[in-house]
Design a protein around this ligand. Structure first.
Ligand code: WTA
Length: 776
């Protein structure tokens, strides 16, 4: 059983599944964090009111108020000011009717946004009356009404939204068809089949026709303050058309793959849209991936063209992207697949043309050719189920998965989720800090916002360059009203001190957003109270590369938030929590998060491996899509994500498979075996912890340690570098040779008194050896 100890300023928590509340001492966890954790776990709790009074008790689930708890009074007596307002009552009454078994809320510590701080003991954070009144979804009733229809009549609900877009030919009947039950045969999901459309047309041409031609589509902010640019919808369309014409000219046709390896220049969304315009399938590879990883992806999807740039500045460093691409193309060619065209953008602020290595015949400068092409380009009309893009993501084997999204459903879903979850209005300026190399940059830098004719800020630089106030400088400069980022960034800025934030006005901000991992309540409150001046709701959006768009998310005007909870399902989404037997559990519970029935934005397959699609996502719990995440639902029906339950580590919101890191490590000639687990990390959420067994006769050394880390950087990318290499003379294995990761996780997080039964190990003494070497 897990154990929690709270000592006023300091908390000692030993619960692996609830890592977001587990704090290094620097976090200064609050009593609220502690109580929240207690709520969500079945734990042995030891509360120390002061160092010499100890109370012990056992708690199950969300019943903190029943605790014999020195802090009980502080959570049960509501703050007097806002408790009795009508605003509060409105929500209390209506929440009684929320789905998923949400009952009334027995205890309320309400705060009205904009009126008072979300303090440590506050449970619920309400949108202000003013915010709700103007919101697309102003109340739980409105949400419920729409949610109910989306579940009872998905075809009608989504057809109404789809009708807002341009379709060359309307979709046929049925509007969707699906089989999510592996016992009934092949897994298949189709939406709007037979409908003919184009997502680039809907992002650009349609919005221009609606009168947005002179509206800014993209603001671009470079790494150096003062370097910037912008494109109106008209200008963006022209740029996209020129590139689309070029791609056609070099032979790219509908269905061909194009790999894009670019930093956050405007050319990145331009390249994505150009591919979409001509029906080509883009595969963006995050420009932090190594040459090996890029080569692996190139060899898998066999692109006609690779698009890159010569170099990029990140903070004070220059990264030579073209060199990485050259190495990847060489490796791919050696393995039998040669790319004929490498279109290279000259990023002259980072590197001059003349200093860029060049392969005549294959390489072409973007600036030399693109301007020669016409600024209009016919649209390739595609079926709703034609592929739009591939995006590789980590799984639990060494081989990344090519998640495939198609056109129509993805278009409708990203547009709708963007509009409702951020309560988007035409006057908003929207900034998402994600890179287009990840799904967030696909759905919520590019497609979702542009489909809504939004003005989007694209930022190329590092958020702490030239100093930690850069984000707020950008917010003020462009009058950003919706700011969407990741908890890891919030936590890293939080460490730098409030002054970097308060120096800027931030008064344009209206809505904040979070994605990538669960946001811990202390980071949530800092983000809310300080960055958003207690005025801006936070949309904590839970979703995945596979889901295409938001699945569980606040609708900011509709209901109160609980710091750390992604709240309720989006329209059309039926989350279910199942136990290890795959049985759905109702009401307040914890388990594995699955989804019943399809939604338009769902991925349709893994590129070239439909079988892996079926086994990874649909076999563990037949009848459902399995997300790979753990989740609990509280008595009010709010969903709380608790992190991955598979062999995937979430580092700074980036998914990394343990198997990928292991295979990189064992490729080092002196590494015999490796086992990788995730450990909590103060800023990154999780860090990579590697146990390494060396080849017989090789000695441990600091140099070797560095070498192993750099092998991983080289093979995967810098973001996958292990935090710790733990020398392991042997690994804990069962008699059948299976590594017991559970034990490794405990050793990595120094939960040594929770190792559990080690007697089933082939050689139990390896555990003591590992413990002895823990800090060597
Ligand atoms: C995690 C990123 C809790 C989760 C969009 C999921 C989250 C994985 C949240 C997907 C959130 C993402 N709260 N956990 N708001 N958002 N996750 O594919 O573990 O890069 O399975 O997509 O990130 O990561 P991916």
């Amino acid at each position: 059983m897990a154990e929690l100890r709270y000592y006023g300023e300091k908390m000692e928590v030993k619960v692996s599944s609830a890592r977001m509340y587990i704090s290094k001492k620097e976090y200064k966890p609050s009593r609220f964090d502690f109580l929240r954790l207690v709520k969500r776990t079945t734990a042995r709790v030891i509360l120390l009111a002061n160092e010499d009074t100890t109370r012990e008790g056992k708690f199950r689930g969300a019943e903190p108020q029943t605790m014999d708890d020195p802090f009980e009074r502080s959570i049960s007596s509501p703050p007097s000011k806002s408790f009795t307002t009508l605003n509060h009552l409105r929500h209390v009454e209506s929440l009684a009717t929320l789905p998923s078994g949400a009952g009334g809320i027995p205890k309320l510590n309400a705060v009205i946004l904009g009126e008072s701080l979300a303090s440590e003991e506050d449970d619920l954070v309400f949108p202000s009356d003013d915010f709700s009144r103007r919101a697309h979804i102003p109340s739980p009733q409105k949400y419920l009404e729409m949610y109910r229809r989306s579940i009872e009549d998905p075809a009608g609900f989504w057809s109404d939204i789809a009708s807002q877009f341009y379709w060359k030919k309307r979709w046929g009947q049925p509007v969707y068809s699906e089989n999510l039950d592996i016992r009934k045969g092949r897994i298949e999901i189709e939406w709007f089949k037979g409908g003919i459309s184009n997502i680039c047309y809907n992002c650009l041409d349609r919005n221009i026709e609606l009168g947005n031609g002179e509206k800014i589509a993209l603001f671009w902010e470079g790494n150096e303050p003062g370097t910037d640019g912008s494109l109106t919808y008209n200008q963006l369309l022209q740029r996209v058309c020129q590139l689309a014409n070029y791609l056609k000219d070099v032979g790219v046709q509908k269905g061909d793959a194009v790999v894009i390896y670019l930093p956050m220049l405007m050319e990145l969304p331009i390249a994505m849209l150009a591919c979409a315009r001509i029906g080509a399938v883009h595969s963006v590879v995050f420009a932090g991936f190594s040459a090996e990883s890029l080569a692996q992806r190139i060899m898998d999807c066999k692109p006609k063209v690779v698009i890159t740039c010569n170099a990029v500045r990140r903070g004070s460093k220059i990264i030579h992207l073209k060199d990485i691409v050259d190495a990847a193309l060489a490796e791919s060619a050696q393995n039998g697949f040669a790319v004929d065209v490498c279109l290279t953008y000259e990023n002259h602020s980072a590197l001059e043309k003349s200093k860029t290595k060049w392969q005549e015949g294959r390489d072409t400068w973007w600036q030399d050719v693109i301007t020669k092409f016409p600024t209009t380009c016919d649209v390739e009309w595609v079926d709703a189920e034609d592929p739009l893009f591939l995006l590789y993501t980590s799984g639990s084997t060494g081989k990344p998965k090519g998640v495939l999204h198609t056109t129509g459903g993805y278009m409708v879903y990203t547009a709708a989720t963007f509009k409702y979850a951020f309560d988007y209005k035409p006057s908003d300026v929207y900034w998402c800090t994600a890179d287009c190399g990840w799904i967030t940059g696909h759905s919520y830098v590019t497609y979702g916002p542009l489909l809504n004719a939004a003005t989007v800020v694209v930022f190329e630089g590092a958020p702490n360059y030239p100093d930690s106030g850069r984000c707020w400088d950008i917010v003020d400069k462009y009058k950003v009203s919706i700011f969407y980022t990741a908890p890891t960034l919030v936590r890293s800025l939080m460490r730098e001190g409030d002054e970097y934030v308060t120096r800027y006005s931030r008064k344009s901000l209206r809505v904040l957003g979070s994605v990538g991992e669960p946001i811990n309540p202390s980071a949530w409150r800092w983000f809310f109270n300080l960055v958003g001046d207690s005025r801006c709701p936070i949309s904590d959006t839970w979703w995945q590369t596979e889901t295409g768009g938001f699945m569980i998310t606040p609708l900011p005007g509709a209901w109160p938030q609980k710091p750390g909870s992604a709240t309720f399902p989006f329209f059309g989404v039926q989350p279910v929590i199942v136990n290890e037997k795959g049985v759905e559990i109702e009401g307040e519970c914890s388990g594995y998060l699955c989804v019943k029935s399809s939604w338009p934005g769902a991925f349709r397959t893994l590129y070239g491996d439909h079988e892996r699609y079926e086994t990874t996502y649909f076999s563990a719990f037949p009848g459902y899509y399995f997300s790979g995440d753990g989740c609990s639902r509280d008595k009010d029906g709010y969903y709380w994500l608790t992190g991955r339950v598979d062999d995937v580590i979430n580092v700074s919101g980036h998914r990394i498979g343990t198997a990928e890191v292991e295979s990189a490590l064992v490729s080092h000639p002196q590494c015999a075996e490796a086992a990788v687990v995730g450990v909590e990390h103060e800023v990154k959420g999780q860090g990579i912890y590697a146990f390494v067994t060396l080849v017989e006769g090789v000695q441990y050394s600091e140099d070797l340690r560095k070498n192993l880390v750099s092998t991983v950087r080289k093979q995967i990318g810098a973001f996958a570098a292990p935090e710790k290499i733990h020398w392991a003379p042997g690994l804990p294995k069962t008699r059948s040779g299976k590594i017991m990761r559970r034990i490794l996780r405990k050793i990595a997080s120094r939960q040594l008194d929770e190792l559990g039964d080690t007697s089933t190990l082939a050689d139990p003494s390896v555990v003591d050896e590992l413990i002895a070497l823990a800090d060597s």
